[in-house]
Design a protein around this ligand. Sequence first.
Ligand code: PGA
Length: 248
Amino acid sequence: MALRKLVAGNWKMNGTRAALAELAPIASAAAAAPSLDVLICPPFTLVAEAAIKANGIAIGGQDCHTGIKGAHTGCVAAAMLKDVGASYVIVGHSERRCDNNETDAEIRAKAEAAIAAGLTPIVCVGETEAERDEGRAGIVVAGQLEGSVPPAGTAATLVVAYEPVWAIGTGRTPSAGDVAEMHALIRAKLIDLLGEEGQGVRILYGGSVKPDNAVELMAVADVDGALVGGASLTAALFVPIIEATAAL
Ligand code: PGA
């Protein structure tokens, strides 16, 4: 089943207000590609202003807390993101799993908090290079899905991103065959966990998506879009990815 594709940019800890100038050309490209959804996840400091300037593209956060409010210095609740115009939030990115020791259970709780607040969580999974070399990539990703996908997730309220850790920021990507194999495994696992709804949950590929490999990666079966880091920071690189995906 071909799902409506989502091309998402994760700016990570990059960008001050000047970076919001990139949104206008990205919004123009999105308007010219009505067959897909375009999302930018800037740092928290830019979410509110980005939402005002979004002009048709979706805006998301890069993380949220599991709770609604309270004494959690430095944290941001899903409802706060929703309040300033976000519609998505990334949860369980490998940089947070690694840098902040986030567990599958915590990521599931964040995804549930996001859904409760009316945001669509993008739950990230992916194996390390050592895990792939040991032939355990499928087992690792299946385990992450079992632990971090919210059981109440539906096609309309959940997105999953497969991001092999070794492909993030490295310029290396899995072969189209390896991506196909992993996305098929993720699809089967989502159906296992969510029943029929699992058929419609979009599965993004992330990890060194660039203008020159976007067509090959986005054409793979069960790849329902991209989660783009470095190449989402400038319209010059992100727009060609939008255009390549829209042309498929
Ligand atoms: P990259 O990052 O595109 O810079 O590899 C992807 C991601 O971490 O989402």
